[in-house]
Design a protein around this ligand. Structure first.
Ligand code: PMP
Length: 405
């Protein structure tokens, strides 16, 4: 395979760690990915050589910081094939991006308007619309999830109508790994003129994102799930919408003119970037995107699929284990429950063997209720994981089961 996992692993210092004498096997990538040395270096270099505030300084350091900060915006534009760099808004992460859109939407909806979300959303892409609908007197409708963990497309078709003003769905389910047909779902919503937001938190690291091809109006994602630091993310939105969308936070940078009683708003992207931004992490996110875009993307997808296929095969043969989520198209996420032991116990006992997974409801309580489970244990794979690590997970699970039985 052209995809050199060993060379990739070399770039991640944390993968050399040992946990209680065991080599770290990091299978919690859906929660956050580890960071390659170049991203760490970009952060350290910014603070070591040109730390200063952007867009306002009359000095060399401010010029350099601004240059790096705005270059990162260009990288995001290329990464998601956005038509314009002004449409790329820096946020603190997916959650904030969704809240910016929802804050505006709640002011644009009228009583009786309809919003559609789905039964597989992360709470960030569900609770936020619940609140927006409550404020506006709008009605929230939910696309159900099938037994396999896919969105019920016939039910979605039936929910759409001329009252549908807004549709929000995830690119990829964090809890199940399901990859949704976002282009088709967007096209269906557009027949009724609805605005569409895609939650890309789990999509951006694993699938090529082309917002023009998808046809959506908003695409949001977090840096920390694409090899960048925490505390930084992106809201992409169409200029025609963002230029008039109600503003979010108010303060410095987002204004054009201010009198004692009134203010006018700055142009995009600054209109939505009030206050001092997270300059260092933005710059490091640019580096993460440069790094990710340099990888052979087909090789990446093939490698992650091989990891998922091996894990699924071993899971299906594992006595007492049930996979939750068997969608036809998935990223490398294996969510499961076992006949003995709560997911939290499984996670605890795996950690004792150096294996990091996530357990719990994955911020998707309605989805857990749909599958009648309190939560799941979730192994989520990334570019640097190996088939040997997948095998080691199942050797460790054997021990876990014997301890819990
Ligand atoms: N949506 C999905 C699908 C997610 O997986 C996550 C993070 N687990 C979020 C939204 C929220 O992302 P963040 O916490 O980075 O804002």
């Amino acid at each position: 395979m052209s995809f050199d996992v060993a060379a990739i692993r070399e770039q991640f210092p944390i993968l050399k760690r040992r946990i209680d004498g065991n080599p770290l096997i990091y299978l919690d990538n859906a929660a956050t990915t580890q960071k390659p040395q170049c991203v760490i270096d970009a952060l350290v270099d910014y603070y070591s050589t040109c730390n200063s505030n952007v867009h306002r300084g009359a000095h060399r350091l401010a010029d350099e910081a601004t240059g790096r900060f705005e270059a990162a915006r260009d990288l995001v534009k290329d990464f998601i094939n956005a038509p314009k760099r002004e449409e790329v808004i820096w946020t603190t992460g997916t959650t904030e991006g969704i809240n910016i859109v929802a804050n505006g939407l709640s002011q644009l909806l009228s009583t009786g308007d309809e919003v559609i979300a789905t039964g597989m959303e992360h709470h960030a892409n569900l609770v936020t619309w619940q609140q927006a609908c409550k404020v506006a007197g709008a009605i929230l409708k939910i696309v159900p999830v099938t037994e396999d963990g896919e969105l019920d497309q016939a039910a979605y078709d039936a929910l759409l109508n001329e009252r549908t003003k807004f549709v929000a769905f995830t690119h990829v389910s964090n809890a199940l790994g399901t990859v949704n047909p976002i282009k088709e779902m967007t096209a269906k919503a557009k027949v009724f003129g609805a605005w569409v937001l895609v939650d890309g938190a789990q999509g951006a690291a694993h699938r090529k994102v082309d917002v023009q091809d998808i046809g959506c109006d908003f695409y949001v994602f977090s840096g920390h799930k694409i090899y960048a630091p925490m505390g930084v993310g992106v809201l992409w939105g169409r200029e025609s919408l963002l230029a008039t969308w109600p503003v979010w936070r108010t303060g410095g940078e987002m204004i054009s003119t201010v009198t004692l009683q009134e203010a006018t708003w700055n142009v995009l992207p600054y209109r939505f970037e009030a206050g001092t931004p997270n300059v260092g992490d933005v710059i490091a996110m640019g580096e993460a995107i440069r790094w990710l875009m340099a990888l052979d993307h087909d090789g990446l997808e093939a490698h992650e699929k091989a990891l998922l296929d091996r894990a699924t095969q071993l899971a299906e043969a594992f006595e007492g284990l049930t996979i939750i989520g068997n969608a036809k198209e998935k990223i490398g996420v294996l969510s499961f429950v076992m006949d003995h032991g709560h997911p939290a116990d499984i996670g605890f006992l795996l950690d004792r063997q150096g294996i990091a997974v996530r357990t719990g409801d994955h911020c998707a309580q309605p989805l857990m209720a749909r599958f009648n489970v309190p939560g799941t244990a979730r192994a989520s794979f990334s570019v640097y994981n190996t088939l040997e690590e997948v095998d080691a997970l199942f050797v460790a699970l054997k021990k876990v089961r014997s301890m819990l039985a």
